[in-house]
Write a protein that binds this ligand. Structure first.
Ligand code: URA
Length: 239
């Protein structure tokens, strides 16, 4: 982890305050002054500021029910950031795990644990994301097989990974995918001549959305561990 990030994760300082301290020679790693904010801090390193030992806070793992009209970004840009409705300390070290479009609603996971989010977002990890999709036109049943076989999205060189389409009603479907390409669900339906009117993420892996729109909660230990393949012993959950 970068030194500036390490300091933010163990104090109440913002990134710019951490960088100022580092550049003015107040930070040490293993008793040596370090003035480079990008220096990596490794397991077992001793980091101090003004000679005071820093201890990392436990990682945090949250779910949020994203309303439409909010951006999955740490900053307000064209729309307000989702973090405006997250009333929690030290927001600057948190990141959103796999973004939803501004008009998409539903389950968003938020953490400060980069290895954990990799297990959810990297397609090789095979983590499914389940969407409820409202379509503009009735869907043909043969699209089930087309999505299973994979689709060549515009601008891509490889087929999408097998996706599971379940038809609830002719314009109301569920789609489960393990990738997270840009606008993937909308582009998949466009590729078969349809259009997504509404999009809502219901589930990621085994974690189901169970809170009201605009609410958030900490994940349970079991939910955290369900994505902790390879990092089991290191995830500590802050209640
Ligand atoms: N696919 C999309 O097209 N949009 C989303 O927000 C999520 C998946």
């Amino acid at each position: 982890m970068r030194l500036d990030k390490y300091i933010c994760k163990s104090t109440q300082l913002s990134t710019s305050q951490a960088v100022d301290l580092i550049q003015s020679g107040k930070a040490t790693i293993n008793e040596e002054v370090c003035v480079f904010e990008a220096r990596q801090v490794h397991d077992g390193n001793i980091v101090k500021i003004n000679n005071e030992l820093l201890t990392l806070r436990p990682f945090r793992y949250l779910m949020m029910h994203k309303p439409a009209g909010y951006l999955c970004s740490n900053k307000n840009e064209t729309h307000p950031s989702l973090f405006n409705i997250l009333d929690i300390d030290n927001i600057n070290v948190l990141h959103i795990v796999g973004r939803l479009d501004v008009d998409t609603t539903g389950l968003v996971l938020i953490t400060d644990d980069g290895r954990w989010s990799y297990n959810i977002t990297h397609p090789g990890q095979d983590c499914s994301k389940l969407y409820r999709v409202g379509l503009s036109k009735p869907i043909a049943t043969d699209v089930i097989q087309t999505f299973k076989d994979g689709i060549m999205l515009q601008g891509c060189k490889e087929l999408t990974l097998p996706a599971k389409l379940t038809i609830m009603q002719e314009k109301d479907v569920r789609l489960s995918i393990t990738q997270g390409k840009y606008h993937q669900v909308k582009r998949m339906f466009k590729a078969v001549g349809n259009r997504v009117n509404t999009l809502h993420r219901e589930q990621i892996g085994s974690v189901r959305l169970d809170i009201e729109e605009g609410q958030w909660r900490h994940l349970t230990e079991q939910e955290v561990l369900s994505f902790s393949k390879g990092i089991e012993n290191e995830c500590s959950v802050k209640p």
